[in-house]
Ligand binder design. Structure first.
Ligand SMILES: [Fe+2]
Length: 192
């Protein structure tokens, strides 16, 4: 059992572990601008990779994961993770930013209440239970972070996949702006 693992902030790699990769086609359905996503589908760029350390299990144990979300956009929408709820809804999580500039979108599973939190180097974010969470890179460098949570939390991608998040993070005049998805879709429609 490894109690200590060397990792590298620069590339977000953990010695001896292979990350899980997510390319555009894995995440395309989450982006609001489906025409922009379709345009990038052939290139299928790498959006993010996550190394999950889940070897410690049982009551009181923790899982932890090192995530690297690359900079880029699909249309005006910044690269982001698929987002998820925890299968055990009350399970909270702590994110620790190591490098880069971004934010987290949070949305309560039952009430639909939305909030955002900055996630960047030297920033820690507490994700309460029952909150769907998605990481967004609004900067020009990779966003690198740890996520630490109960080994019992589990991941539920299905609920977020069906409903998506109500808010999007898009570039407007060179700046990241949080916007209602419906309003962004209306803007896109008006531009066509
Ligand atoms: Fe999580």
């Amino acid at each position: 059992m490894n109690l200590s693992l060397p990792f590298h902030v620069a590339d977000g790699m953990i010695a001896g572990h292979r990350p899980m990769e997510r390319h555009l086609r894995d995440v395309a359905a989450a982006f609001a601008d489906q025409a922009a996503a379709a345009n990038l589908a052939a290139d299928n760029p790498l959006l993010y990779y996550v190394t999950m350390i889940d070897e410690h299990n049982g009551v009181g144990a923790l899982h932890y994961a090192l995530g690297v979300l690359l900079p880029g956009k699909v249309g005006a929408e910044y690269y982001m993770t698929k987002g998820h709820l925890h299968a055990w809804r009350p399970a909270a999580e702590v994110y620790i930013g190591l490098a880069g500039q971004g934010m987290m979108l949070l949305e309560h599973a039952e009430t639909g209440e939305c909030s955002t939190a900055p996630l960047a180097a030297n920033t820690v974010v507490y994700v309460p239970g029952h909150m769907a969470h998605r990481t967004v890179n609004t900067g020009s460098e990779p966003l690198v972070y740890w996520g630490i949570l109960s080994s019992d939390a589990g991941h539920d991608y299905g609920a977020v996949g069906e409903r998506n998040f109500r808010q999007v993070v898009v570039e407007v005049d060179g700046q990241p702006v949080v916007m209602e998805r419906a309003d962004f879709l209306a803007r896109l429609e008006a531009q066509r």
